[in-house]
Ligand binder design. Structure first.
Ligand code: AMP
Ligand code: MG
Length: 422
């Protein structure tokens, strides 16, 4: 049985829907969002960004053999002496991809290429540029090499039978390469999430409609589309829905029937007609929150049918901030990801920031490296929650925590980098 909102609320100490703190919102959502279980096998090129559904055990050792890390000469390290030049006869060449077979006597060495299998009995490689070659002999100066230098061990990346990637890991470009290095063509991943979204409001115009006094073009569907697509979700765009109970109910019912999550914008603030809220409540298990944060105070959360509902505020910046702070982590959890949230960075503020204790504030920031390499941050200026141009200029959000008050120039603040999230 999935827990009801009331059950989750009862488990959270001090839950107050009228004054929730940001960390309480995330704690609540992590209980509400239950990871999908179904998985499928995908070819590697299709698996980028998906979440691994089973631990992946290495079927081979990588590398499969001891091999050379350099182009140079392979020899037996025991013959090195700290104060004498070592002179060796070159009796053959070991190429990458072809195991060298032959007999080596004491005082013999082999020319070897990077990645070539270390011939039996040889354990050290003298890089080409360290030696002098004369006729068929090389001279290795004294004291520059130790036995075992420039040799890679069999299995030093991954040993056969070792866990290479763990369930819950999001498949990055590096992970793709790692899986490929194991000779594995397909990986088990959780199914993609389907997420539907629509914007609400009588004043919201779809692109293509002529401008009208008092009306604004819908930007939220585009930012939400972009952020969902970056997460690898399959998106269902349900357009703009008028503030009309019949239309809204139809949109919710349609969305809930065919997706894992529904994201709406607008219609949850204090000034909105109560019928929207009443209708959401009628359709599912929905709570209306006031979050101690800025921007983005009101939010509706819950379940309609099997779908999670995130009713975001209407203001374009508030939509993006609440998505980044709450929806994205919840969706990642739903996708089966076990990755912790990306760490906040510390940067020195180049501006004084006004801040009221008692709420978390997210200010749009531009983080840069100072000449000495340290991180500095300034704001984008106007922090109005409708000012989308500031989200375009920013490369992260300055996070001013709940208890924090005014910040002076030079103080260190936390920043949440957008990185790949938007
Ligand atoms: P609401 O939360 O519905 O009261 O909306 C708050 C503000 O955000 C109002 O100024 C709306 O016009 C604006 N807004 C709501 N939805 C959108 C949207 N989809 N695109 C752009 N602005 C919007
Ligand atoms: Mg509205």
């Amino acid at each position: 049985m999935r827990p009801s909102l009331a059950t989750i609320a009862a488990e959270l100490q001090g839950y107050d829907p009228q004054a929730l703190r940001v960390n309480e919102v995330n704690a609540f959502l992590s209980r509400l969002a239950e990871p999908v279980t179904e998985h499928e096998y995908l070819d590697l090129f299709q698996a980028l960004g998906r979440v691994l559904a089973l631990d992946l055990v290495s079927p081979i050792s990588v590398p499969a053999h001891d091999n050379s890390a350099m182009d140079g000469y392979a020899f037996c390290g025991a013959t090195l002496s700290p104060d004498q030049v070592l002179k060796l006869k070159v009796v053959g060449t070991a190429l990458a991809g072809v195991a060298w077979r032959g007999d080596l006597g004491p005082g013999d060495c082999l020319k070897i290429m990077t990645g070539a299998v270390m011939p039996h009995g040889l354990d050290t490689v003298a890089p080409q540029e360290m030696v002098t070659l004369q006729d068929e002999y090389i001279s290795i100066p004294a004291g520059i090499l130790r036995p075992g230098d420039n040799r890679r061990f069999k299995g030093e990346d991954l040993a056969k039978g070792q866990e290479a990637l763990l369930k819950g890991e999001r498949i990055s470009p590096a992970a793709l390469g790692l899986v490929a290095s194991l000779g594995i063509k397909q990986v088990p991943v959780y199914r993609r999430l389907k997420v539907a979204y629509f914007s609400t409001g009588d004043e919201i115009l779809s692109l293509g409609e002529p401008p009208r006094e008092g009306a604004v073009y819908d930007s939220n569907r585009y930012t939400v589309f972009g952020m969902l697509t970056k997460l690898g979700c399959e998106v269902i765009d349900l357009g703009v829905v008028r503030d009309d109970p019949v239309l809204l109910e139809a949109a919710f019912a349609d969305a809930a029937g065919r997706c894992d999550a529904i994201i709406t914008s607008g219609g949850v603030s204090v000034g909105e007609a109560d019928f929207t809220k009443a209708m959401m409540k009628k359709l599912g298990d929905v709570a209306f929150w006031k979050i101690a944060m800025r921007p983005g105070r009101p939010m509706a959360v819950g379940r309609i049918g099997n779908a999670l509902l995130f009713g975001l505020p209407g203001n374009p910046v508030a939509v993006m901030v609440t998505f980044l702070a709450f929806v994205r982590p919840a969706l990642l959890r739903l996708m089966g990801s076990k990755a912790p949230l990306p760490p906040l960075l510390k940067a020195q503020t180049l501006e004084a920031l006004r801040k009221k204790p008692g709420r978390t504030e997210y200010q749009r920031g531009i983080v840069s490296n100072a000449a000495d390499g340290s991180l500095k941050v300034r704001t984008t200026g106007n922090q109005g929650s409708g000012v989308l141009s500031s989200m375009v200029q920013a490369n992260g959000l300055i996070v001013l925590h709940h208890q924090q008050g005014h910040v002076s120039i030079g103080d260190t603040v936390d920043v949440m980098m957008f990185d790949g999230a938007i």
